[in-house]
Design a protein around this ligand. Structure first.
Ligand SMILES: [Zn+2]
Length: 478
């Protein structure tokens, strides 16, 4: 009781200053600390152990210095779910010209496209999400400022002159140890930006993952025969998986973005349909901008099924996993209805000659919002894993319930922590912070219910936060 009242008065005085301090013993803000301890006293023990663990991030992206100094509005745009793709709501190039233009350019473009009004409307709605309201409070406690978006951005901008130290601090605070960095998204920068980021986050180690679409992007525009395309594509796969073909470094697996384009992915082993698709691509290449997203996906469907199959064969030979974009948004350019986790069943099977060949498949983004389907696919197919990103951190407090749902179906040895962080480093930090907190809460629930003892709960956290990642990518052999 005494402890409780001391805490309440501390909270009152902190609130009157508008600043909610962290509680050093729990690592969670004071108001949440009270909430958690009310639930079950074992939370403290489990949380303390989980919070001390390192993190491996199974799927994440590059951070550049272009958000070192920002505005509240631009920060909202960059951190929102899937990085709200405002440029896609205008004709090609228009939004970037507006963003970087002088007053006259902005005035003219606003007149034609009503850009400022649209951006105001979009970001005003993002600001009203509980995700943003919660992250403002969390960041304020980290940055030592009042919990308003403006003051958080001001405090963040003060650190912008030494941005990489700020980024490094966020990684250390959440104890990132290894990241599997998908190098297919350079956020408008060149490959040198990857090394800059990798150096900045040390001692956290970065292991690169190549994206099939990046290799295709190098080759799809070339006016060459299908035979030559195939030779070059396979040569690039070998460079990437056996040499330093991922911008001068090795890759530890591949990633595919095919699912949102075509839905159900059936492996394609025959060359002829792929060759016809290649010829159709050559014929339509110059007028491809006239095709809508569905027509465009149909032209390359068989070609991409074939390139996907070749890449998965190479991964299988090397015991490397294939990450596959599943669930998630990225509207308006993806076809949302295609992203169902069950559309990956044929690639999990990867059957040939009456044999299920079991390549390592990692459906990304927890299949969100079809979390149950992604979990069930992983339950049924021994070679199919479950990855927690996007849902972590964007679901925030209800991660607790989602983690229970996932652990109910997926063996603990197949659940992989990931952030899918991109654009701004705070997404790494929030994923680590909230991932550990709500994982500890979910594990406490299992301990309270008698399913796990405390040692088993902490071992489960170790598996999910880093052990499974090291096993699936064979990092201990690296
Ligand atoms: Zn991603």
């Amino acid at each position: 009781m005494k402890k409780q009242s001391r805490r309440s008065s501390a909270m009152k005085s902190a609130r009157s200053k508008g600043n909610v301090p962290s509680s050093p013993d729990r690592g969670v803000p004071e108001h949440l600390s009270v909430f958690f301890s009310r639930q079950d006293p074992r939370f403290d023990v489990i949380f303390e152990a989980v919070d001390a663990l390192p993190i491996d991030d199974t799927h994440c992206h590059l951070i550049t210095d272009q958000d070192a100094v920002t505005t509240p509005q631009r920060f909202l745009e960059r951190i929102s779910l899937t990085g709200f793709p405002i440029p896609r709501y205008f004709p090609d190039g228009v939004y970037v010209s507006w963003l970087n233009g002088d007053e006259k350019t902005k005035y003219d473009l606003n007149k034609t496209f009503d850009i400022q009004n649209k951006v105001d409307g979009i970001t005003a709605n993002i600001a009203e999400s509980i995700f943003i309201k919660f992250l403002v409070k969390e960041l304020a406690s980290y940055l030592g400022c009042r919990p308003t978006l403006n003051e958080v951005i001001e405090a963040r901008n003060e650190r912008g002159s030494d941005y990489w130290s700020y980024v490094n601090g966020l990684f250390r605070d959440t104890k990132y140890k290894n990241i599997m960095l998908e190098t297919g998204v350079l956020d408008g920068r060149g490959p040198e930006a990857i090394s800059l980021f990798e150096d900045a986050i040390l001692p956290c180690q970065s292991y690169r993952i190549s994206r099939i679409e990046q290799v295709q992007g190098e080759l799809f525009g070339l006016d060459i025969s299908f035979d030559e395309f195939e030779d070059r594509y396979i040569k690039r796969l070998h460079e990437i998986l056996d040499g330093n073909g991922n911008f001068g470094k090795p890759s530890y697996g591949m990633k595919s973005y095919l699912l949102p384009d075509i839905g159900l992915i059936r492996p394609l082993y025959e060359r002829r349909p792929a060759e016809l698709s290649w010829q159709a691509l050559r014929k339509s290449y110059d007028s491809r901008n006239n095709l809508d997203r569905e027509e465009s996906a149909q032209v390359t469907k068989d070609l991409c099924r074939y390139t996907f199959t070749l890449a998965l064969e190479e991964c299988l030979k090397r015991d490397m996993p294939m990450q596959i974009h599943t669930g998630d948004g990225e509207a308006p350019w993806v076809i949302l209805r295609n992203q169902d986790p069950f559309y990956l069943e044929e690639v999990c099977r990867f059957d040939k000659d009456n044999m299920l060949r079991m390549p390592k498949i990692i459906p990304l983004h927890a299949g969100y919002p079809s979390v149950g389907k992604a979990a069930w696919l992983s339950h049924l197919y021994p070679n199919c894993y479950f990855e927690l990103s996007i849902m972590t951190p964007l679901v925030h407090q209800n991660l607790y319930e989602r983690y229970l749902q996932v652990m109910e179906a997926v063996p603990l040895s197949k659940i992989l922590f990931a952030s899918d962080a991109f654009h701004v480093p705070e997404l790494y930090w929030l994923s680590g912070r909230w991932g550990k907190r709500y994982l500890a809460q979910a594990l406490t629930n299992y301990v309270a219910g008698g399913s796990l003892n405390i040692e088993e709960a902490i071992e489960a956290a170790k598996m999910i936060l880093y052990k499974n990642n090291r096993a699936v990518y064979n990092l201990d052999l690296a």
